[in-house]
Design a protein around this ligand. Sequence first.
Ligand code: ADP
Ligand code: MG
Length: 652
Amino acid sequence: MPIRRLPTLLVNQIAAGEVIERPASVVKELVENSLDAGARRIDIAVEDGGRQLIRISDDGAGIPAEELPLALAPHATSKLESPEQLEQIATLGFRGEALASIASISRLRITSRATVRGIVAEAGAVMEAGGDQVGAVQPVAAAPGSLVEVRDLFFNTPARRKFMRAAPTEFGHIAELVSRIAMVRPDVGFSLSHNDRLTLEVAPTESRRQRCVEVLGQELDEALLEFEDHHGDMLGSDVQTGYRLWGLAGRPEIARATAKFQYVCINGRPIRDRQISHAIREAYRGLVPPDQQPVAVVFIDMPFEAVDVNVHPAKAEVRFRDTGRVHGMVLASLRQRLLGADLTPKAGFPQGGLTLGSSGMAAAANHGGTGDTASAPAANLSAASFVDYFRRMDPTQKGFVYQQVKEALAQDDPTAATNDTASGVAASLPLTQPSGNVPPALQAQGVLQVHQSYLVTQDEAGILIIDQHALHERVMFEELRSRILGAGRLESQRMLMPAVLNLSPARLAMLEQLGPLLEKLGIEVEPMGPRSAGIHAFPTFLFDRRVEPVQFMEDLLDRTQEGDFDHVTAAAGNKSDGPQQAQAAQESALHEVLDMMACKAAVKAGDHMSAEELASLLKQRDEIERSSNCPHGRPTTIRLSLRELEKQFKRT
Ligand code: ADP
Ligand code: MG
């Protein structure tokens, strides 16, 4: 076949193939056009999931009658003039392709009445196009602004039409998209209706938080922690030279089974980004279980030239000039907010079971329309699961270890003998609080150990029920962590004979990578050949807990190899990613290792604890970070508020 120029229709349809995947893509392009036109109100109506009709009207600047044909022509835009402008795009659109693409695969009608330099055109104009048919511009009575109607999407592209899903699914995508856009633009009013049924209506507001809550569900309000941060120089308000972050961090108990409830937006553009998702997960590490995803809103405003938006046809992804910086900022801001908050979940009693954060879950599930409740079981403390807990308890494990662990850990602590509770690090070490020296406040407050598994105590707001194992695990974790990050090294015991670890070459290499970290933990491992290594020394406190070194090391390698660690190491090797990724990889490995140690050494359910030990554990609860959750992200504590009790006892 000789080389030929493609006919315009085909060019447009190829372009449409990249951008218009489904009805929601049409809605996205049209709403973006309305926003670029400065609209204050955008009304979206769809029929049959958008398959029959998508209708979007706005009160923006409109299109002058004589420009209407150009608006529908390919590669025609009012938003870009010179190549330099491509470097700093401030509008949502710039490719000049959307209307031409949509017209090539549907029946499109645009009605518009323009406002040019404050003067509203006398009349509106209307124009239709569809496939290779283009109509003439006609005068028409119209309100200022634009109305775009798209009928019979994919009427001439059967392959695409076949791929459209049932109307509710397609509408689901549209609703999701409109929600995301509405969250980012609180200054604009939106309405969305499906088959004449109104599903979303929000009025303009100055409060970003209010808009987000309106969209996500009022029930989630209490569970969202707001944060705001800026990095770099902020020169004036018109020139954006630094980075501004704003967001909402969902409390751990509203975490979900999927990342669908993470909203990321750069310079007013909702996007998805692997690095930012990673930073979000990283910030919640140890606060939500690994199989759950936090709810989070992260909006970043940055200089236009710091982000390239011209990398994805549908503009759903962007490329940052400094990915590492963005990752680091998101991680730092979120983490700071979470560490500064009391994350103890509130317990309520809806029909029978004792559950956590139930209203928030319901809201999120309703919003998603999928009714997914996968995150509920982890937080569910029904009577049945209490019973289950006791069944699973190891009856042979009665020997008490709390004190023993404390002592073993403190033996090599240089600060223990002299330093009281002065520094934060020292404060989290158990032996800085000599046993028996219980603060009077705590003695008065009292604590009860229930079924040798739970501690019951009180604070100003109500009753606290604490899982002794989970809390001790967190305490040990933070303690080990501050020791490792400081100059210290854990006391270890030399083995009479090295224990032999059989390994694949890949694991041996990984072991070497972990070498410096292991050394600090008091684990000495030396390669003994191409496929084995010898364990020469092992931490004393793990010995005391009868933890088997070979088994421990195998578990440890399994866990550092799995999941995140690999992914992050790969990212760290990628040149375009910064040192933040390498650091995240180390953090991730450290977390796994400490987590295992803490879990093995911590008091178990069924271990009796003396009054001093209870008091000392509770004291540490107040002193350490992230005490609300164990290192796996499960709660350590639940709170029954006085209000809830009054309600249950019908005292109000
Ligand atoms: P782009 O948005 O990339 O410029 P489009 O094909 O989406 O390309 O739109 C082409 C042009 O039509 C825009 O540049 C704009 O001038 C005009 N336009 C489209 N929709 C609207 C609208 N709702 N209000 C005002 N002008 C619009
Ligand atoms: Mg556009």
